[in-house]
Design a protein around this ligand. Structure first.
Ligand code: ADP
Ligand code: 5GP
Length: 186
């Protein structure tokens, strides 16, 4: 059987990665979304094992030491990582796996999986990004400020990616993602 593809989706917090993916995956149940581990506290409505595996710092460090993570990174004071086994197994079974991760993790994946398709999601403007982050209403002002600062660093790296996709109108962005993943279009 042919191996599945590894797809990496990166972009600043609040750009709409989660929104895009949840819509997209409803139409493409054959794609597997990797569930990350994080030391961040759950937001209201987040579900253990579905949104993330929520762990404490000790457990996260153990996972690093026992090489259970394909990649990991610190992001605005918390740690995030991709459990290896589900990704490797699904790819071996011919399924395509999507990682929704931040920039440092995406750079690690480029080294370990050079054939991964790496997509960077851009906001139509930084003002709109800030509006979305605030509009989501799930982060404190301090966390939003850190995320915006990090966003500026991340946006500068967009060119490193195979594909840059602007999430302005959601329906257009979904159609473009479909073209990129299933029709090989840039
Ligand atoms: P991320 O997963 O990248 O952090 P989210 O998916 O949580 O971002 O989206 C952040 C906010 O922006 C949410 O309130 C979401 O409803 C909104 N949003 C997402 N995509 C769009 C879009 N194309 N137009 C307007 N608002 C959007
Ligand atoms: P949030 O706290 O908003 O859920 O996520 C913060 C950032 O961490 C987002 O950019 C998200 O893509 C990223 N992220 C989520 N899971 C992982 C992961 O497993 N590894 C890395 N490197 N980043 C992740």
């Amino acid at each position: 059987m042919q191996n599945g593809r590894l797809i990496v989706l990166t972009g600043p917090s609040g750009v709409g990665k989660g929104t895009l993916l949840s819509s997209f995956l409803q139409h493409h149940p054959e794609l597997v979304l990797s569930v990350s581990v994080t030391t961040r506290s759950p937001r209201p409505g987040e579900v253990e094992g579905k949104s993330y595996f929520f762990v404490d710092l000790d457990k996260f460090q153990n996972m690093i030491e026992s090489k259970e993570l394909l990649e990991w990174a610190e992001y605005t004071g918390n740690f995030y990582g991709t459990p290896s086994i589900p990704v490797i197994e699904n790819i071996k079974q011919g399924k395509s796996v999507i990682l929704e991760i931040e920039l440092k993790g995406a750079r690690q994946i480029q080294k370990t999986f050079p054939n991964a398709l790496r997509i960077f999601i851009l906001p139509p403007s930084t003002a709109e990004l800030e509006k979305r982050l605030r509009g989501r209403g799930q982060d404190l002002d301090e966390a939003i400020a850190k995320r915006l600062q990090r966003a500026n660093e991340e946006l500068e790296a967009a060119k490193e990616f195979d594909i840059q996709l602007v999430n302005d109108n959601l329906e257009d962005a979904l159609q473009n993602l479909d073209r990129i993943l299933f029709h090989g279009k840039k």
